[in-house]
Design a protein around this ligand. Structure first.
Ligand SMILES: [Zn+2]
Ligand SMILES: [Zn+2]
Length: 590
């Protein structure tokens, strides 16, 4: 059983707000009237939760119009915690039939040269520490008290809200958002303790600013801090018990509750509070899809840590992953939402929705933050898949080069779309159509060849350097109406250079050892894509920056869908891990 939960922040919040609230807040979370109302509304499990601190949070959102915490967000938090409390494992499902695909997570140094081994995920490597380009960009990117931050953390936590918050409010919101880095265990790092204290102080300074955006931001950030502490206890329990990541999907949790649960557990709620109640509902689509996208890259590690909150495993329980519907779902929303910001859009929103921003940034981050070892795994997986005679392997190859989207769905109803995809009763209920895209020509990125290169044979080196230095007739494919400044940006150029190298390494023209080394190299230099986006962010408009992120993501969708290869392999492979390869707390964080 997990440790009992105690909120470290709610009492201060309630004390600060006692004048504004219409109920006696010091008693709010013990109020029998509120408890029984929640019990009626949400059933026994929620009520059990509601008796505690989170009823206090829900009261804040529910009872006082002057308090800027979106009510639907607080309700989704309760749903999320109920899901965490009640979700059950379906059992360890390392593939029952051996289809010849296998992967061992290992810390041994020799793992690098083996297509059957991969290292654990990490917080973004070390290459950035000696990059003048990154360090100078980082100096002007954030001022949170947590610096220096790796590109993985800078971009993953702060890039996701970059265009959703007014510049004047950014420093405070960034610091408060990093309170969510409890999910990365950053609160357990001694040297970061002052930064956490400072961030809580910033939040406390805003909580009595009634009805303001910063009050919403502060309350949501502190609520998020509580949520991440609450769920960490449960995640640690899952790791200890090791009962697998397979969940019962829609057979146990409704698609609507699942979407709410994932959004509230996104680890970053501050910007929801900042943007307020009206923006919250349309923001959920991007937020959910961004998390699903991360899940498609993260499945191997979710399997290793028995993380039950994986949307890919939810789709697997609904038996739709064989048709790649989890990836098709992502592509449908990425393209659809990108059209909101592209040339010719009816009306480009002046403030980007936080969910949209988070989704596009997640698309970049999942591929280039090094955390998931996306390219190393892509290369190693592709080589195993092409050698496997199994039907499963052919199916993955076929899905990865078959570009489709959902025929009929609404960008405003992500839960409805998730329901259609995961609860259709027969195959074919979900109508798919070909993905319609325009062809764009990226620029070359010779600078990516300037750093340390992989140790590979002379023959491979010649081809490898050619691929990095020139872009030939390379192309990306995305929605129509991407501006020239988007297609021609450095980040897209670097991302396509990395892809050219990785596709070469995945092919038969390269031997296993050279291929593995190119794959590892691709992840190590990936942060230069994030760096380029961080560098341009100040100089381009909201919509242009979101589209730059989108365009980088499209690099991973064509000619081959990287997410399909990664998740398809992980769903069919036999997964092993060396003793202690994944610590009890490298875990579960997306
Ligand atoms: Zn070679
Ligand atoms: Zn994850």
């Amino acid at each position: 059983m997990p440790e009992p939960f105690q909120s470290a922040v709610l009492d201060t919040v309630l004390a600060a707000l006692s004048k504004e609230l219409s109920v006696d807040t010091s008693e709010a979370y013990n109020d029998p009237h509120i408890s029984s109302r929640l019990k009626n509304e949400h059933g026994v499990h929620k009520a059990r939760l509601a008796h505690g601190y989170f009823a206090g949070w829900a009261c804040l959102a529910d009872t006082s119009p002057q308090v800027a915490l979106p009510r639907e967000l607080a309700a989704d938090v309760l749903t999320s915690l109920r899901v965490y409390d009640t979700i059950l494992p379906m059992g360890q499902v390392t593939s029952s039939t051996d289809v010849g695909l296998r992967m061992t997570i290992s810390r041994a140094a020799t793992y690098q040269d083996s297509i059957y081994h991969v290292a654990p995920k990490n917080l973004g490597g070390k290459a950035w520490r000696s990059s003048d380009e990154y360090l100078s960009v980082q100096r002007t990117w954030s001022n949170t008290g947590f610096e220096p931050l790796s590109p993985c953390v800078s971009f993953g936590w702060l890039g996701t809200q970059r265009k959703a918050i007014a510049r004047n409010d950014l420093d405070d919101c960034d610091a408060m958002t990093l309170l969510g880095a409890v999910d990365f265990d950053m609160d357990l790092v001694e040297s970061l303790a002052p930064a956490f204290v400072r961030a809580i102080g910033i939040a406390n300074s805003h909580i009595a600013e009634s009805g303001s955006r910063m009050q919403g931001a502060a309350l949501a950030a502190l609520l998020n801090y509580d949520v991440q502490h609450y769920v960490r206890r449960i995640q640690e329990d899952w790791v200890r018990n090791g009962r697998g990541a397979a969940n019962f999907g829609p057979h146990m949790i409704s698609p609507e509750d699942w979407v709410a649960a994932l959004v509230a557990d996104s680890t970053s709620l501050c910007a929801y509070g900042y943007q307020g109640a009206v923006a919250y509902t349309p923001s959920k689509a991007g937020s959910f899809v961004g998390l699903l996208l991360s899940n498609t890259h993260d499945l191997l590690y979710d399997l290793a840590t028995s993380n039950l909150m994986s949307s890919v495993m939810y789709a697997a329980a609904a038996a739709v992953t064989k048709d790649d519907l989890h990836c098709i779902f992502v592509t449908s929303f990425m393209d659809g939402i990108a059209r909101r910001y592209s040339i010719g859009a009816m009306h480009v929103p002046s403030n980007s929705l936080f969910g949209d921003n988070a989704m596009f940034a997640a698309g970049v981050w999942a591929g280039f933050s090094e955390r998931y070892r996306t390219w190393e795994r892509f290369v190693k997986y592709s080589r195993q898949i092409s050698r496997s005679p199994s039907a499963e392997a052919r199916n993955i190859e076929e899905n990865a080069r078959h570009h489709r989207i959902l025929a009929d769905f609404s960008l405003l109803d992500v839960a409805g779309a998730w329901r259609r995809v995961t609860t259709g009763t027969t195959r074919g209920d979900v109508l798919l159509v070909p993905r319609v895209t325009a062809v764009y020509r990226p620029a070359a990125a010779p600078e990516i060849a300037e750093g340390p290169l992989p140790e590979i044979c002379a023959t491979c080196m010649v081809q490898f350097k050619d691929l990095l230095n020139g872009c030939g007739s390379d192309e990306i494919r995305g929605v129509e109406g991407l501006p020239g400044g988007v297609v021609g940006c450095r980040a897209v150029a670097r991302a396509t250079a990395i892809r050219r190298a990785a596709i070469f390494a995945a092919s038969g023209s390269c031997g296993d050892v050279c291929a593995c080394r190119i794959g590892c190299w691709a992840d190590i230099v990936g942060y230069r894509v994030l760096t380029a986006l961080m560098a341009t962010e100040k100089t381009v408009s909201n919509e242009e920056w979101l589209l730059q992120c989108y365009a980088v993501w499209t690099v991973m969708t064509f000619p081959v869908s990287v997410a399909t290869v990664l998740s398809g392999f992980d769903l069919s492979c036999q997964m092993f891990q060396d003793e202690g390869a994944m610590g009890a707390r490298d875990v579960l964080d997306c």
